[in-house]
Design a protein around this ligand. Structure first.
Ligand SMILES: [Zn+2]
Ligand SMILES: [Zn+2]
Ligand SMILES: [Zn+2]
Length: 701
């Protein structure tokens, strides 16, 4: 059943056309999540654009409902942010008792419940002129599958008519902060070629955010918000039962059986097949949900889901094979058993390991993105406040092939987003507990506190923590946790005997060297991750002391530990301290290695206009004598800090801190929602200047 079915459906062509009743509906929608913050409040938006738009569009409305008309110019709405000049050539088509479609600049789906409607995508907004024909007097919400203009170009009218817009979480900034996007999007030197250029030209206020894997409730309906990146990287599909059929509104993931609307939208990076990788993965995962009917944004709704998806996956796979031989699609990644109770996924961005007990419970070490493409592409599409998008992977395969029954515990090898990006998902969907090494607790629970490499922009609640050298038992296995600094200060090594092998989970402490290097193992130095001159030495020594048989690293396949290679690495990291001495002017070289030795905490303060908060100056004194500091905050005009100058004495080789209160003026300009602040510092009578800084996100209520 495909377009045949649709052809047999009746076209609804009524001449009557009346304005919708406009009222704020509280009925039906269960707690749509309010937008947290927008530079332009909804009230301001209505003040500046809303009223005029209502008036002008409603005047134009009576001409818009004529049946069967071809795209016809209409009078542009004066002062409108998005004047509607044309209208679609056909009217509403009934698909099933309560589901209709209008073929506008995209397919606009109308789900009806009595005299209320829910719209999926909006096109030009012409649909509002037609809803009276089917007895709809109130539109409760518009849900968008993605940000492209053809989906939402008429949204200003919806806003004017007080219809709430709900948008995919990872594309929210492309709606409500579209003008900022346009100010910052590279056009010159273009290598990130993703078609985010197809975003709206003006800001649209967002009333609700559609979060991946959550459910949108409306009247008797429930829609699973399912991440289906591909056509855009933030795209979602909405999956729920409509008129007795499991229906998926898929945006532009698929156009029709075996086809996409464009291939160009499936390329984000120069030359790459990255979007095809996402699309094939999304198609496969969505198919596994068992939808019976697909409602695409372009093309005809269709029921031949299995064949249609299979054809599209295989056609895209064949093109990738021909164009970029050797490319592995994320869809084709599979875990493997290292030993009977230890399963490794090494093609995921960061390896993750499942220790699976005889009871079926699993302890995960790390759980990040599904592949390198899934993290690299997501990082490039992030807005300042967004979190790296997580797309679920591998657990169903561990259940099917390796006897996993529950994900009991997840432990990060270190605090990097590529290794723990999936932890919030595990906690929410499997009730997984998070355990970690002591010094990661604050980073996971207060991710805005520090400015460190690769911090995930989402709070992870920690259920248990371990100190250096602590041993614990989980199921039939024993583990030991050790501090393993170097790659980052916030990393553990964990040792366990599994199936007779002594396994070391090492995170990113050591990797096999690239071919051609004169050694087998290498370390890595990322100064922003908090590196001190002996960090790597301590990690490699600890590894040697524990004499592992197998190293289970954070990237690349597990490998057999070789003591001579580790000894060789130890010699080289010990020698590195001398290079640091040679090249850094300060004899206490850690001041030249750690950019965070003096820092403001939290680095990203969030505070309301008119409120007073505390900002701490935190200092690690690397001198072998006490350090005396004086510091004052450098703030935007009108802000107040107390004290004006703080003094701080930090003992030798120790940490110290002092606090300031910071008051943000009540009438702070909403057009400046994020500002930088700095600390001007004198240390031991030497004027260092503004060597520490942070940012403040101002919240407006
Ligand atoms: Zn699109
Ligand atoms: Zn890392
Ligand atoms: Zn890593």
């Amino acid at each position: 059943m495909g377009s045949d079915r649709l052809n047999s459906l009746c076209e609804i062509n009524y001449r009557t056309n009346f304005p919708l009743q406009v009222r704020q509906g509280k009925r039906r929608m269960k707690k749509p999540k309010p937008a947290k913050r927008s530079a332009l409040s909804r009230r301001d938006f209505f003040k500046s654009a809303g009223a005029g738009l209502v008036a002008s569009e409603l005047v134009a409305a009576p001409a818009n409902g004529l049946p069967g008309a071809s795209a016809t110019p209409i009078v542009p709405a004066a002062k409108s942010a998005s004047p509607v000049r044309f209208k679609p050539g056909s009217g509403l088509t009934q698909i099933s008792p309560n589901l209709y479609v209008l073929r506008d600049s995209c397919n606009v789906y109308v789900l009806k419940d009595g005299d209320h409607a829910l719209l999926i995508d909006f096109g030009s907004g012409h649909v509002l002129n037609l809803l009276g024909q089917i007895g709809v007097t109130k539109v409760d919400a518009i849900l968008h599958t993605h940000h492209h203009r053809d989906q939402c170009q008429g949204d200003a009218r919806a806003v004017a008519e007080r219809i709430p817009l709900h948008v995919p979480a990872h594309e929210r900034h492309l709606f409500e902060d579209a003008e900022n996007f346009w100010r910052n999007r590279h056009v010159f030197h273009l290598y990130h070629v993703a078609n985010d250029f197809f975003t709206i030209t003006h800001n649209l206020p967002v009333a609700g955010v559609l979060h991946d894997y959550e459910t949108f409730h409306w009247g008797p309906h429930e829609f699973l918000i399912y991440p289906t990146p591909g056509h855009t990287i933030g795209s979602i599909s909405l999956v729920g039962v409509v008129d007795g059929r499991k229906t998926a509104f898929t945006g532009d993931l698929i156009h029709s059986p075996g086809k996409v609307i464009t291939l160009h939208d499936l390329q984000y990076e120069y030359m790459s097949t990255d979007g095809v990788d996402f699309a094939t993965f999304s198609l496969q995962r969505l198919r596994e949900l068992g939808p019976q009917f697909i409602c695409p944004s372009h093309g005809e709704p269709f029921a031949s889901v299995d064949a249609g998806f299979t054809d599209l996956i295989s056609r895209m796979r064949e093109w990738v094979r021909a164009y970029a031989p050797g490319t592995t699609l994320t869809l084709d990644n599979h875990p493997f058993a290292v030993t009977p109770h230890l399963v490794a996924s090494y093609q995921t961005t960061s390896c993750f390991y499942a220790v699976i007990s005889d009871s079926g419970k699993a302890l995960f070490v790390d759980y990040g993105s599904a592949s390198h493409n899934f993290i690299d592409s997501s990082l490039k599409s992030l807005s300042v406040h967004d979190r790296l998008r997580f797309i679920a992977h591998t657990v169903p395969e561990l259940q099917a092939r390796y006897g996993l029954k529950s994900v009991d515990v997840a432990m990060p090898s270190h605090m990097h987003d590529d290794h723990l990006n999936g932890f919030p998902y595990l906690a929410r969907h499997y009730g997984t507990k998070v355990w970690c090494y002591d010094n990661m607790v604050d980073i996971l629970q207060n991710p805005r506190g520090n400015n460190l490499g690769c911090t995930l922009a989402e709070v992870i609640k920690v259920d248990r923590s371990f100190h250096h050298g602590e041993k614990f038992k989980w199921e039939e296995f024993e583990f030991e946790v050790c501090h393993s600094p170097g790659h980052t200060e916030f990393q553990m090594a964990m040792f366990a005997e599994i199936d007779g092998a002594r396994i070391a989970f090492t995170g990113d402490a050591v990797h096999p060297a690239d071919g051609g290097a004169p050694y087998q193992l290498r370390h890595n130095v990322i100064f922003r991750n908090w590196v001190e001159s002996d960090s790597h030495v301590r990690a490699v020594r600890s590894l040697l002391e524990h004499e592992p048989n197998i190293i289970a690293p954070g990237h690349t396949k597990p490998y057999v530990a070789n003591k001579a290679d580790l000894e060789d690495l130890k010699r080289r990291v010990e020698q590195e301290g001398q290079y640091f001495q040679d090249v850094i002017a300060d004899p206490d070289t850690n001041f030249g290695l750690n950019p965070s030795w003096a820092r403001l905490y939290p680095y990203q303060l969030a505070a309301k206009a008119g409120s007073t908060s505390t900002l701490e100056l935190r200092v690690r004194n690397y001198r072998s004598k006490p350090m005396h500091l004086e510091a004052g905050l450098v703030l935007p005009e009108g802000w107040k800090a107390s004290p004006d100058v703080a003094t701080l004495d930090v003992p030798a080789n120790s940490d110290g801190k002092t606090g300031f209160t910071v008051t943000i003026p009540d009438g702070w300009d909403p057009a400046r929602p994020r500002v930088a602040v700095a600390a001007d510092i004198v240390a031991d009578e030497q004027y260092l200047g503004q060597v520490a800084e942070g940012v403040v996100d101002i919240e407006f209520t």
